[in-house]
Design a binder for this molecule. Structure first.
Ligand code: NAD
Length: 457
């Protein structure tokens, strides 16, 4: 593997230096080809997602394929606008002058993706980097092996291999890639590996974007519309069997409405997945035996009040809600990343806010309340990567909202314009005219010049 991996950054850099990735026509063509790739191979990719994650067909279509094509269409539509120099004003001392921010690509970008949305989390950053004019090496997760293999076959067939490469593999291959010099590294996954990526980037002073995870809380105020809340929490939690970076990790519900909320939550689960979610075609499976065992163990942290059923051969874990959970129990000490939802009670919004701010900044935060002052308090006094109010997950579907974490949940945001900007250097350029060359700025510095400076500076 070493021999195939090692030269990649260098050979793509040669393409980048040749200028081949700079014309907007080249970028547009690659982006269109990416859409074509997803379109023409939809069945193969959805089958791969089903093999890896038992991903329901509609879910795979919406959250992986259509999400990517939606993002790319936005990039194609705005390609010229997002790559145009931006005029800015010039202060008087620089006159006569014009100033601009000139977007330029960074060079060769490395994108490392995880397994939970293995098409979306690989191709959205790749497309953003291409739209910005970079050459790209992408590394899908070896854990979602079927999707990795499918993309490994398709990418070279559709995209310009002299500038866009896909490297399959796990720790060994990624470690080798990280030894090479890139101009930006975009990593999505857990924080432990995030630290490895950042440490490797130090060697070449390469900037990094880290899209990490964490425990994303849900606050449910006593003023919340509980039936709607329950449906929206259930959807966000059990999509992809809870294996979503921004999935509700735990609930802090006002104790006066806890029982009513749990009743609606149980009804929502039955409405979505039937009386036996195991038989539902719309409910996924756990990615590996290791994660299955980890999750089964986490269920012991509380009392199952909904679900609690598991089946090892299929790696099935039912939508599960647990209560009576100690705040220092294992389920509250790590990101769950599976279909178990601990429900804890609070007696005031202050208590919920304190609970959250004592912990790492979450990737996402959800607050359900009809009382606008409660919402405002939560927004004002908590820090998180992003927020959906009276809903879950949806802030990340709006390309006008940069998506990313803060602190332990990551650094840097992308989607839409922010994604393309991430892979650009906005080069400041000041251009002076030569028709006039006032001598005020030049020595000798007379008293008269000094007086003028005092007036204009
Ligand atoms: P993973 O195991 O697929 O790892 C991610 C990538 O890191 C893979 O490509 C893998 O090959 C590589 N990798 C693993 N070990 C490595 C090592 N020692 N050195 C170099 N590279 C290595 O995925 P994961 O980390 O289990 O993903 C789940 C985590 O990702 C969760 O914490 C989740 O919240 C987070 N996540 C975040 C986002 C986001 O957008 N912020 C999205 C999805 C997942």
């Amino acid at each position: 593997m070493t021999t195939t991996v090692t030269p990649i950054a260098d050979s793509l850099r040669a393409t980048y230096r040749s200028g081949a990735t700079r014309p907007l026509a080249w970028r547009r063509r690659q982006l269109e080809q990416m859409i074509r790739m997803l379109d023409e191979n939809e069945a193969e990719l959805l089958a791969a997602l089903r093999t890896d994650l038992g991903k329901p067909t509609v879910e795979g279509f919406i959250t992986d394929l259509a999400f990517v094509t939606g993002e790319i269409k936005g990039m194609i539509k705005n390609l010229e606008k997002w790559n145009q120099p931006q005029r800015v004003s010039s202060p008087i001392v620089t006159q006569p002058a014009r100033s601009q921010l000139r977007p330029e690509p960074l060079g060769v970008v490395l994108v490392i993706a995880p397994w939970n949305y293995p098409v979306q989390l690989l191709l959205v950053p790749v497309a953003s980097a291409i739209a910005a004019g970079n050459a790209v090496v992408m590394k899908p997760s070896e854990v979602s092996a079927a999707t990795s293999q499918a993309l490994g076959r398709l990418v070279p067939r559709y995209l310009d291999s002299s500038a866009i490469a896909l490297v399959e593999g796990g720790v060994e291959e990624t470690t080798e890639l990280l030894e090479q010099r890139f101009d930006h590294i975009f990593y999505t996954g857990n924080g432990t590996v995030g630290r490895i990526v950042m440490a490797a980037a130090v060697k070449h002073l390469t900037p990094v974007t880290l899209e990490l995870g964490g425990k994303s809380p849900v606050i449910i105020d006593r003023s919340a519309n509980l039936k709607v809340t329950a449906r929206r929490v259930a959807w966000g939690k059990w999509l992809n069997a809870g294996q979503t970076c921004v999935a509700p990790d735990y609930v802090l519900v006002d104790e006066s409405v806890k029982d009513e909320f749990l009743g609606h939550l149980s009804a929502a689960i039955t409405e979505f997945y039937g009386a036996d979610p195991h038989a539902s075609k719309d409910y996924g499976r756990i990615i590996t035996d290791r994660h299955f065992d980890r999750l089964v163990h986490l269920m012991n942290s509380g009392q199952p009040v909904i679900g609690g059923v598991s089946e090892a051969t299929e790696r099935y874990i039912s939508p599960t809600v647990i209560t009576d959970v100690a705040t220092d129990s294992p389920v509250m000490s790590e990101e769950i990343f599976g279909p178990i939802l601990p429900v804890l009670t609070i007696t005031s919004i202050d208590e919920a806010i304190n609970f959250i701010t004592e912990r790492d900044h979450p990737l996402a935060l959800y607050v359900f309340a009809e009382d606008k002052q409660v919402v405002e308090q939560v927004l004002e006094r908590t820090t998180s990567g992003g927020v959906t109010v009276n809903g879950t997950l949806l802030h990340l579907t709006n390309p006008n909202l940069p998506f990313g974490g803060i602190g332990e949940s990551g650094m840097g945001g992308y989607h839409g314009e922010s994604g393309v900007r991430l892979f650009q250097h906005m080069k400041p350029v000041l251009t002076r005219g030569t028709a006039m060359d006032p001598s005020i700025a030049y020595p000798p510095y007379t008293d008269r010049k000094a007086k003028i400076f005092r007036r204009i500076l």
